[in-house]
Design a protein around this ligand. Sequence first.
Ligand SMILES: *Cc1c(COP(=O)(O)O)cnc(C)c1O
Length: 374
Amino acid sequence: MTSRLPFVDLQAQRRRIGARMDEALARVLAHGQFILGPEVKELEGKLAAFSGVKHCIGCANGTDALLLPLMAWGIGPGDAVIVPSFTFVASAEVVVLAGATPVFVDVDRGSFNMTAETLELGILAAREAGLTPKVAMPVDLFGQPVDFASLGRVCSKYGLKILSDAAQSYGGAQGNRRVGSLAPATSTSFFPSKPLGTYGDGGAIFTDDDGLNDLLRSIRMHGQGIDKYHNARIGLNSRLDTMQAAVLLQKLDILEDEIATRDRVARRYSEALDDVCEVPRVASGNVSAWAQYTILIENRDGIAKALDAAGIPTAIYYPIPLHRQEGYRHFPIAKGQLAVSEELARLVLSLPMHPYLTIADQDRVIAAVRNAVA
Ligand SMILES: *Cc1c(COP(=O)(O)O)cnc(C)c1O
């Protein structure tokens, strides 16, 4: 029996950068500025430059990175935020926390993402429910940026803002622009297993908007006004730790290389599996960050079991679309059924994906899938 492959191999990454990482963390322990220390400022500058935007605002996690802009824009009761049903729960959770209503829409089967058509159906459903549609929150699912040009046209037509949930796509790109600069406001997560992950929780928001930048910096510090004990608005405690910023500075140095490696792994998987299952489609001009490599396959649970027996871990993102979840099923959905989301929940299977999969590891995954299907 051969050994079990890890689903995500953070230890292999640690072997590559561990020595530099330990020194970086020792520097934080020595200077002791654990809250908004110098590493946070340095990281915000480097991430803004990497993404090609004016401002990067660090915060406590990817969920807060979505909540903070909604708070800054004053989104609340009576407002609708259009959210895909096929996503991680945080995308919709923040809308409810802000006091607004999520309206769920379907996604495209090939890209897993919200489209101009599904967004428009959501806007119409929101109006029919007596709500004011204010924000579209497309999610770059599994790492691939949404089609911002077509979504942007729908948003201009109906006067919506775009908040991009890029929790899974940081490091990706569209045309000659990187994620972070593709929407007026972009949120990401540094959860350990994300393409740029830290050793705990973390998140960030990207924008070119000076006014939004000021508001976000205030809201992440309890609504701070001119100083710490002057409170201009309702905020929360949502800062990125100095320790986590130090970790991210080290990981950012190798991100471009890691994304290129993930892409090579994805291409090999797709070439070798295209004839036995539906492989993910990446639109031309898009670079996916490959947070997940997800196939569509009949008898998904049987295949997962066979892979598990062969030492290959898999994951199901996501088994239940949000409009079917207990906490969310009373919210409006776009006209008709969210048929693609339901079909995806039945068929999706994510295979091991990280930049440290050897050719032999990849071949093992490929052979195990082909054997399971045969
Ligand atoms: C991970 C994730 C989030 C939330 O990020 P956290 O850092 O875990 O709070 C939000 N949206 C999507 C699509 C995610 O995958």
